[in-house]
Design a protein around this ligand. Structure first.
Ligand code: IVH
Length: 706
């Protein structure tokens, strides 16, 4: 599986709740630990897939696989509520907004929908709401196609289009107003038919790229030797989120279809069906397939009918959305943090085809993960031709018993990435035509280093931090805020430096000279000097940050700090065996093994040495601040957000010294949110929960200083 940028550095441990060591909800010892580990893994995986889907527009798994992970986590959380991450992906929608866009809070949260995968689940949904409503008769539903595009909110003031936001994390979205203005079906002025439209309106709907336009755009892209879009959804979501060199043609090809009115409902509307009628009268496109079903039987029939019509529809859909039609019943049912109780997305079953597995190739991703990729005899499934698809890892190949030459079933689950789901064993040949077993190579196909698979992990990796396949990602990570925080060293510049051959390993970054920098495209003298200054600043760091910067698998902020506290200096850590590292409280065997093997690799040691030679340094670790037993802030819980005048760690330390506690996310238990500049969703949440909000000055006052 191609891993997401920065994935290697997620810190599994930091997701686990503090102060619990495997005892909870009646499960103890090794089993409890395994469940917690699985929950952390699932949370981490879902975070990554959310980011790939919503922010990067390049999902790596199918909707069906995502749903399976999501449900597994939901089930574990239901059984072990004590171990639920405060910011668990099951509670949230989408992913935090990407950098580069202005953000805006939504007028009311943009929720997601619960899914029904088959008829039984659809009926269970109908039964559940009937039970909750203590309703005897049938409950009518509004039925709508589930559009496969990008959800947006459009704000209208006095009937004029004011602002358009992507879903973002559900409470704050990216401001894509300028791009939306090019979308012809976004009315700039609403039709009022004599009756004035409400003062403030929040319209929700989906931006889609009709299939015909998708084909046309792709033909043109191929002519211009650009990579074609993978599917209409990606083209739509990516189109909306263009920041530079805006492709107006793409925007004009998009279509906005309205399906909800979140704020500003005119008096007298009593059903979702009437809302859709009203949206249409204001000038919005509403899917013409929308209808009303009197009961669940009618809903199932509608769904089957829509599935049959699916291939002929002008836009891609991946199911039916059923909403309790009566708005007062909707209100009675209410919403959960992630989705309303009164609606469900009844998904279409995945589409399948069979073909031959011609070969398996190992690809090295940006985090060093080796992914077996299936080379298939090209086959059409769900409207796309599939010839390559990820097999994720060796275990998947083994579990499915895939052999080169096998006949396999390929599935495209209502969306993007096709999957090999199983082998047709009945067609497996024997004798000299028997298919070949496959194993990932023992040498990295890019740099030749010996590959490594840590115990308990499914991924095989190339451990060489300077492997060309990983270098850009590792540089990006090294420069990131949590690591060496190198101002001005962004993705583009990293690309340039590596592609031009100026940086071949991490440490080369600190060996760059002014002339080399000035020689780069779009790099003036001033920027070059600024970068050199940033690099200089970054040389003075802390032991923990240095460890984070190395990009050791599993070593994020929390683990790095534990290591820095647990080992007096770098040399001792480098020489430590896995068991010495595991002796540090809070560090488990997997992480210990990962750290030990990192430092066991002579290339990594050489790299560390060179970084030190090039001036990276830190003060001998002073004792890490621990929560003082007394002080003005005893019993108070703080959350820090936004940009403050000094790094957050500074304030955290001071709060701890004063006896307070600092946590990562806002909840009812939070006493104060300290909000710096550009605070985002945490601030919104704190306001909602009526948590006291402090600015930096107010915090200093509480701490007893000015
Ligand atoms: S209603 C509170 N209606 O599917 C209800 N959503 O998986 C929120 N979607 O976030 C949405 N077609 O982006 C609704 N007819 C439809 C839809 C629809 C597609 C999208 C939407 C939503 C996602 C949930």
């Amino acid at each position: 599986m191609q891993q997401a940028f920065g994935e290697a550095h997620n810190d599994v441990q930091s997701h686990l709740q503090r102060g619990q060591t495997g005892v909870g909800a009646g499960v103890s010892g090794a089993k409890g630990e395994a469940i917690r580990r699985r929950m952390a893994q699932l949370g981490e995986a879902l975070d990554r897939h959310n980011r790939r889907y919503y922010v990067e527009d390049r999902p790596e798994i199918s909707d069906a696989e995502y749903d399976a992970l999501f449900r597994e986590l939901q089930a574990l959380e239901a059984e072990h509520p004590d171990w639920v991450r405060a910011d668990s992906p099951t509670h949230r929608v989408g992913s935090p907004p990407a950098e580069g866009f202005e953000t805006h809070p939504h007028l009311s949260p943009m929720l997601s929908l619960d899914n029904a995968m088959d008829e039984a689940e659809m009926r269970a949904f109908a039964d559940r709401i009937a039970r909750m409503l203590e309703h005897e008769g049938a409950i009518p539903f509004a039925a709508e196609p589930k559009l496969d595009g990008a959800g947006v909110e459009l704000i209208y003031r006095k009937g004029r289009f004011e602002r358009g936001l992507t879903r973002g994390d559900g409470s704050v979205g990216e401001d894509v107003t300028a791009n939306l203005k090019h979308v012809l079906s976004v009315p700039l002025q609403l039709v009022d038919d004599g009756e004035p439209t409400p003062e403030l309106l929040s319209i929700r709907g989906e931006v889609v790229l009709p299939i015909a336009a998708f084909k046309r755009l792709n033909e043109r892209r191929v002519e211009r030797e650009l990579e074609p879009f993978a599917n209409p959804r990606n083209a739509a979501a990516g189109g909306l989120r263009q920041l530079h060199d805006i492709d107006v043609d793409r925007l004009r090809s998009l279509e906005f279809r309205a399906y909800a009115l979140a704020d500003g409902r005119p008096d007298g509307l009593e059903t979702q069906s009437e809302i859709l009628g009203c949206l249409e009268s204001w000038g919005f496109i509403v899917s013409p397939e929308c209808g009303r079903c009197d009961d669940v039987d009618a809903a199932v029939a509608y769904h089957e009918d829509l599935l049959e019509r699916r291939a002929k529809l002008p836009v891609e859909i991946d199911g039916t959305v059923f909403k309790v039609d009566d708005l007062s019943l909707q209100e009675e049912l209410g919403t959960l943090s992630r989705s309303p109780r009164w609606a469900i997305a009844f998904k279409f079953p995945p589409e399948q085809a069979t073909t031959t597995l011609l070969d398996i190739e190992a690809q090295v991703g940006r985090t060093g993960a080796l992914t077996p990729v299936a080379k298939l005899d090209p086959v059409r499934v769900g409207g796309v031709t599939v010839s390559n698809t990820s097999l994720h890892n060796q275990d998947e190949v083994d579990r499915k018993d895939l052999r080169i030459g096998d006949e396999v079933v390929v599935q495209r689950a209502g969306d993007v990435i096709p999957q090999v789901v199983r082998v047709l064993l009945g067609r497996r040949k024997t004798g000299k035509d028997a298919p070949r077993l496959y194993r990932l190579p023992e040498q990295c196909p890019v740099c030749g280093d010996e590959t490594l698979r840590l115990e308990g992990e499914s991924v095989t990796r190339c451990p060489n931090i300077d492997c060309p396949a990983q270098l850009k990602n590792n540089l990006w990570h090294l420069a990131s805020r949590g690591a060496l925080d190198i101002d001005g060293l962004g993705e583009k510049l990293i690309e340039q430096l590596v592609d031009a051959g100026h940086v071949e390993r991490l440490s080369d970054l600190f060996d760059l000279d002014r002339d080399t920098l000035i020689g780069l495209e779009r790099m003036g003298e001033k920027s070059a000097d600024n970068l050199l200054e940033s690099l200089d600043k970054a040389r003075e760091t802390t032991f923990a940050r240095f460890l984070i910067a190395l990009g050791i698998r599993h070593v994020g902020a929390t683990i790095a700090q534990l290591l820095a506290d647990g080992f007096s200096d770098l040399d001792t850590l480098i020489e430590a065996q896995a068991r010495d590292i595991a002796a540090v409280e809070g560090i488990g065997p997997t992480i210990a093994q990962s750290v030990a093997s990192f430092f066991a690799d002579p290339r990594n040691r050489a790299e560390v040495e060179r970084l030190l030679e090039l001036g990276l340094r830190w003060k001998a670790p002073k004792k890490r601040a621990t929560k003082a037993a007394d002080g003005p802030l005893v019993g108070k819980t703080f959350v820090l957000t936004g940009t403050l005048s000094q790094p957050r760690d500074h304030f955290k330390e001071r709060i701890l010294e004063a006896g307070g506690k600092v946590t990562g996310s806002v909840s009812k238990k939070t006493d104060y949110l300290v909000a710096g500049e550009a605070a985002g969703s945490k601030l919104t949440k704190a306001q909602k929960l009526e948590v006291s909000i402090l600015d930096e000055a107010a915090l200093l006052e509480l701490l007893g200083t000015d």
